[in-house]
Design a protein around this ligand. Structure first.
Ligand SMILES: Cc1ncc(C[n+]2csc(CCOP(=O)(O)OP(=O)(O)O)c2C)c(N)n1
Length: 568
């Protein structure tokens, strides 16, 4: 009798144990999450079994997902977050949808009421499958513990092949406690990071694209985040130099090319583009979108480039995004690195002399205006001064995470990316306030060797302040910068530029964020004197533990730079 029990114990494990083993088997190192009643079996499996993974307890499930997102963007590995049923599932959703729409591989695990309790007005019950369906690339609510290994394999496969994205798995309470055959618990660890399966584009389309690029007088590359995700920066630069073609990026595409490269245009579009970058887009007779969806922000609502004015080559891993917004002359469906390598081969005979005159002139013009504002002693402190001072103070390899509001457009336009790779990012799919602090935690966990800084508006700070406790508990040497202007400034600027200055319900009272930070145990500085900014930033960056600088800044509606360019 005893022997039979022993054999059975060796052959099967619980669903929760299988879930933990499946994560480990896919190479997961860290899980961000928050506990709940329905998660007790999962937490117990994490507590009991020797899996080697780290669990980071968060103070809100939304931030667990943002941490997983930041971790995935920097590491290229699947970011994992988890939360319980009901409020946990609804709170985690914003981070899942941001990752999915930003093509970030993120696995969201929610636990759920028992299958046997469904439909009986059970506390926290909601149809999690329906909730998560539009927010994910793939999702499943499991009914049987035996399905756990297969479901995890499917989730990892979908997250890291083709267009990266989010997956959701719901593990009901009794499914976590049911049996799973140990022999079923296996994984392909290469599915733990992106890009897991590279696919090359049709050689015929490569030939056609090569012909168009060769024949174009003013070709321009507009690159999204897939260049960095695919590790295609060198191939992109080789192709651009071969053609002497300028390279612009979206906000998510920053790091495809270093900003000091002679052909680097910087960010284009309505959230960080300027008159000068727009002129370069308008001058192109061929635009090659590289891993860029040609969405509303990058193209300033599909006006730049103007449809029909330039020939369009569109390269993306996802065929669904091609020809959606522009009539496309040549579609290239495939992995960026393979496709750009193929284009380089097709154009091997081409080597145009480098002519970066137009790009240089545009850059000089843009930065002349910026430098003037950046050296201003105006009070409240101008955002330009903050950008310039931080650029001077930070190591080139530092990681910067930006919230919407003032941070994203100003840092996208003017903060220099020194080198390639993902060093600066923002949540550009939904642009929800309150992303940067948590995403910076994830970025730091992924790459602790470099300094990580989160820049947020005070509107964003109000939506994420609770995670200061997580930062203090984990003793993370992050630096947070709050652009303090007591207003939802981006919206107020929109009311000014588009609605005759009829300001309505956008102002709030000032908060001393440095004192809030101190209450959590974060070292804080509050700066309102322009001359004190550099010293405060240097001290905060040098501080060994968590630090926060509250910068009393000029609100966006009073911006000296033509912010109306940015407001859609
Ligand atoms: C969750 C969420 N709600 C509303 C918005 C709309 N929105 C975009 S920018 C913005 C104002 C941002 O204010 P703040 O963080 O204080 O930065 P500021 O613009 O003042 O620099 C708002 C409300 C949003 N992006 N996200």
């Amino acid at each position: 009798m005893n022997k039979r029990v022993e054999v059975q114990a060796a052959a099967t494990i619980t669903g929760a144990e299988a879930a933990v083993e499946m994560l480990q088997a896919h190479g997961v190192e860290v899980i961000f999450g928050l506990c709940g009643d329905t998660s007790l079996p999962l937490y117990d499996a994490l507590a009991r079994t020797p899996h080697g993974m780290r669990h980071i307890l968060t103070r809100d499930e939304r931030h667990a997902a943002y941490m997983a997102d930041g971790y995935a963007r920097v590491s290229g590995k699947v970011g994992v977050c988890e939360g319980p049923s009901g409020g946990g599932a609804t709170y985690i959703l914003p981070g899942v949808v941001e990752a999915n729409e930003s093509s970030v591989p993120l696995l969201c695990i929610t636990t759920d009421v028992a299958v046997s309790s469904r439909g009986r007005y059970t506390l926290t019950e909601i149809d999690q499958g329906a909730l998560m369906r539009p927010a994910t690339k793939w999702n499943a609510v499991l009914n049987r513990s035996a399905d756990i290994p297969h479901a995890f394999r499917a989730a990892f496969n979908r997250m890291t092949t083709g267009r990266p994205g989010a997956a959701h798995l719901s593990l009901p309470y009794d499914v976590q406690n049911g049996p799973v055959e140990r022999a079923d618990v296996w994984a392909d660890p290469s599915l733990g990071r992106v890009p897991a399966r590279r696919a090359a584009p049709d050689p015929f389309c490569v030939e056609l694209a090569g012909k168009l690029l060769r024949g174009a007088k003013n070709p321009l590359f507009i690159c999204g985040g897939g260049v960095v995700t695919s590790g295609a920066e060198a191939e992109l630069i080789e192709l651009a130099e071969r053609l002497s073609a300028p390279v612009a990026t979206t906000i998510s595409g920053r790091g495809a090319i270093a900003d000091d490269h002679p052909l680097a245009v910087g960010v284009v579009g309505s959230n960080g583009g300027t008159v000068e970058t727009r002129q370069i887009v308008d001058a192109a007779d061929l635009v090659c979108f590289v891993t860029c969806r040609a969405g509303s922000v990058t193209t300033e609502r599909w006006r730049h480039p103007a449809p029909g004015k330039a020939k369009i080559v569109h390269l993306d891993i996802d065929p669904a995004v091609i020809s959606v917004n522009y009539p496309t002359d040549v579609p290239l469906v495939g992995d960026a690195r393979l496709a750009l390598t193929a284009l380089n081969e097709a154009l091997a005979a081409v080597k145009r002399p480098l002519d970066a005159h137009t790009v240089q002139k545009a850059r000089e013009h843009k930065f002349a205006r910026f430098r003037m504002l950046a050296s201003s002693g105006d009070k409240p402190i101008l955002p330009e001064r903050l950008v310039a001072t931080l650029a001077d103070a930070l190591d080139p390899d530092a990681q910067l995470v930006l919230d919407p509001g003032t941070p994203c457009p100003y840092f996208s336009a003017y903060f220099p990316v020194r080198g390639t790779g993902r060093r600066i990012f923002s949540n550009r799919a939904h642009g929800a306030l309150g992303y940067a602090m948590a995403a910076a935690i994830g970025a730091h966990v992924a790459c602790p060797a470099v300094k990580t800084v989160a820049v947020m508006g005070d509107g964003s700070f109000g939506m994420c302040a609770g995670e200061l406790e997580t930062i203090v508990r984990l003793k993370l040497p992050l630096t947070m910068i709050v652009i303090s202007n007591s207003v939802y400034g981006w919206i107020k600027a929109g009311q000014k530029s588009g609605y005759g200055g009829r300001y309505f319900s956008v102002d709030f009272t000032p908060t001393d964020h440095a004192r809030v930070a101190e209450a959590f145990g974060v070292k804080g500085w509050r700066v309102s004197e322009p001359d004190e900014l550099a010293g405060a930033l240097a001290a905060a960056l040098a501080h060994g533990g968590p630090s926060l600088v509250d910068v009393v800044c000029q609100p966006l509606q009073d911006a000296k730079a033509p912010v109306s360019e940015w407001v859609a």
